[in-house]
Design a protein around this ligand. Structure first.
Ligand code: 5GP
Ligand code: ZN
Length: 115
């Protein structure tokens, strides 16, 4: 599955360069262009799914363990105190790019999450 008009399809498949912090056969993890905090990352599946409702079982089963792995690595490499895992579905919910993605937002102090 792929959408030729989707920027995250192009980024996830390496057709547009990005700051990649992790990659495997299913996902690319990149730094967000407009970070909510230092190190804010996005998990992008290489296949196109517009939102969580479209995910296939394999991707759905892999994405949370990967979020935990990235968050754990952030605690070590960025020395953040914690991290948020955020995922928006629909315009009203704040989704702006319609290729499923998961935000991993390192947290250094308490406060609201803005994504
Ligand atoms: P959403 O609002 O859909 O949950 O999140 C979209 C996120 O993608 C935003 O945090 C925005 O800063 C980020 N973003 C949008 N376009 C690009 C891009 O071309 N490259 C990168 N690295 N991030 C992007
Ligand atoms: Zn896409």
């Amino acid at each position: 599955m792929r959408d030729d008009n989707c920027i995250f399809c192009k980024i996830a498949n390496g057709e547009i360069p990005s700051e990649t912090i992790y990659e495997d056969e299913t996902f690319r993890v990149i730094l967000d262009l407009g970070p909510a905090s230092k190190g804010h990352a996005l998990i992008l599946p290489k296949q196109h799914y517009s939102d969580i409702c479209e995910l296939d079982e394999d991707v759905a089963a892999k994405v949370l363990p990967l979020a935990a792995k990235i968050g754990t690595a952030m605690k070590k490499s960025l020395n953040c105190a914690g991290f948020n895992v955020v995922q928006n579905n629909g315009v009203e919910a704040g989704q702006t790019v319609f290729h499923f993605h998961v935000h991993i937002i390192p947290r250094y102090e308490k406060g609201p999450v803005m994504v």
